[in-house]
Design a binder for this molecule. Structure first.
Ligand code: F6P
Length: 363
C-alpha cells in the first residue's frame, strides 16, 4: 500500500485564541481532502529538537474549535538556530538546526504548517531555506505580522480589552478619577488603537506616537473644566514618552526576543496624579487578553487561514504564509514576513477617525 504523505503541525510563540481552530481546520482538510497523515509537534520548536510529537487523528481535533490556547503546547524560547542550553550563568546557545532537520527526515515528514508570530515564522523561513517544505499561518494578538492586514487572535484580544475599558469607565465616573488601562501589543499599537477606539478612550497612547505627559495632563484638565470629571487613558505596553524609554517588566535571557514589556501605565499614572491632582488608578489587562475562547470573527478567520494553508500544501507552494488583504485570502513569501514587525502607520485611517472624534494621542 502506498504510504500516505505526512504533515506536521507546529505552534510557536505566545498563545492566543484561535490556534486550535487552525489546528482543527488544517488537520481535517489534510485527512478528509488530501488523504494525509498528520502529526502535532509538542511545545513549538522544543518538540522538533527533542523529537516530541503525537499523531493527530480526526477525533483528536474534533470539538476544539472554541477552545483557547493550543492543544499542542508552545514555546517562546525554543529556536533551533539559537537553542538555549543550561541556565543562569551557564546559559549558552547552540545551533541545533541540523538535528531538527534530521528528526523531521526520520519522522518521514513531507511538509509542515507552522502557526506563529513573526519570531516563529522567521525561524520557519530559515528552515525553509535549509530545505524544509513549510507553509506559515499568522498568529498573534499583536496584529503585527507583515503580509496580512489581520492575524487571528487580534479580534479576541481587542474584544477582551474593550470589555476591560468599558468596566473601568463606570468606576472612573463614580470616583471622578483618571483610569489607565494598559494593554498588550509588544512594539505595536494595534491592540491599544482598536480597543481604545472601541472603548471610547479619551486618550490613546501607542508606541508609534511617543507622548508628552503635559499634553495628556492638559487634556484631562480641559475635560474636567467641561464637566467631564473623569478620563480614560488606554496605553500600549510598548508606549514611551518623547525622548524617553519603554518600561521593561522582565528580561527572559533564554528568549531570542528577551525583553518583556510592561508597567508604563503605572509610571504614567504617578506622573498624571502629581500634575493634575486627580486620583489615578492603573489596570493592566495582561494575559487575560490571550486566554479563553476565540470570538466568532477569529474562529472564521482561523478556519479560512487553516484551509487556505492546506491549499498551498496541495499546490506545493512552500515558503509562503497565508494572510488576509482586504477581504481576500492571499499568500506572501515568508521572506517578507521575516523582515520584522508591522507597526501602525502614522497615516492610518483609524488614527484620523479617532482624532476627528476628539481622541488625544498624547502629542
Ligand atoms: O506577542 C504576544 C504577547 O502577548 C505580547 O503582546 C507581549 O508583549 C508578550 O507576548 C508577553 O510575553 P509573555 O507571554 O512571555 O509574558
Amino acid at each position: 500500500m502506498k504510504k500516505k504523505p505526512r504533515l506536521a503541525i507546529l505552534t510557536g510563540g505566545g498563545d492566543c485564541p484561535g490556534i486550535n481552530a487552525v489546528i482543527r481546520a488544517v488537520t481535517k482538510k489534510a485527512i478528509l481532502d488530501q488523504g494525509m497523515e498528520v502529526i502535532g509537534i509538542a511545545d513549538g520548536y522544543h518538540g522538533l529538537v527533542k523529537n516530541r510529537y503525537r499523531k493527530l487523528r480526526y477525533n483528536d481535533v474534533s470539538g476544539i474549535l472554541t477552545l483557547g490556547g493550543t492543544i499542542l503546547g508552545t514555546s517562546k524560547v525554543a529556536n533551533p538556530y539559537r537553542y538555549p542550553v543550561g541556565q543562569g550563568k551557564n546559559l549558552r546557545f547552540s545551533d541545533l538546526s541540523r538535528r531538527v532537520i534530521n528528526n523531521l527526515r526520520r519522522l518521514k515528514v513531507d511538509c509542515m504548517v507552522c502557526i506563529g508570530g513573526d519570531g516563529t515564522l522567521g525561524i520557519a523561513y530559515q528552515l525553509f531555506k535549509d530545505g524544509v517544505a513549510i507553509v506559515g499561518v499568522p498568529k498573534t494578538i499583536d496584529n503585527d505580522i507583515r503580509g496580512t492586514d489581520v492575524t487571528f487572535g487580534f479580534n479576541s484580544a481587542v474584544t477582551i480589552a474593550t470589555e476591560g475599558i468599558d468596566r473601568v469607565h463606570t468606576t472612573a465616573q463614580s470616583h471622578h478619577r483618571i483610569m489607565i488601562v494598559e494593554v498588550m501589543g509588544h512594539q505595536a499599537g494595534w491592540v491599544a488603537l482598536h480597543s481604545g477606539v472601541a472603548g471610547g478612550g479619551d486618550i490613546i497612547l501607542i508606541p508609534e506616537i511617543p507622548y508628552d505627559v503635559e499634553v495628556i495632563a492638559q487634556r484631562v484638565k480641559e475635560r474636567n473644566r467641561k464637566g467631564k470629571r473623569f478620563s480614560i487613558v488606554v496605553i500600549a505596553e510598548g508606549a514611551r514618552p518623547q525622548g524617553g524609554n519603554v518600561a521593561i517588566q522582565r528580561i527572559v535571557q533564554e528568549s531570542a526576543d528577551a525583553v518583556r514589556l510592561g508597567g508604563i501605565g503605572f509610571i504614567l499614572g504617578e506622573q498624571l496624579e502629581r500634575i493634575t491632582g486627580l486620583q489615578t488608578r492603573t489596570v493592566v489587562m495582561g494575559h487575560l487578553q490571550r486566554g479563553g475562547s476565540p470570538t466568532a470573527f477569529d474562529r472564521v478567520l482561523a478556519t479560512e487561514l487553516g484551509t487556505t494553508a492546506m491549499e498551498l500544501v496541495e499546490k506545493r507552494k512552500f515558503g509562503q504564509m497565508v494572510g488576509l488583504s482586504g477581504a481576500r485570502l492571499v499568500n506572501v513569501p515568508l521572506k517578507i514576513v521575516a523582515q520584522g514587525p508591522r507597526l501602525v502607520p502614522l497615516n492610518h485611517r483609524l488614527i484620523s477617525s479617532a482624532r476627528s472624534v476628539g481622541t488625544c494621542f498624547g502629542a
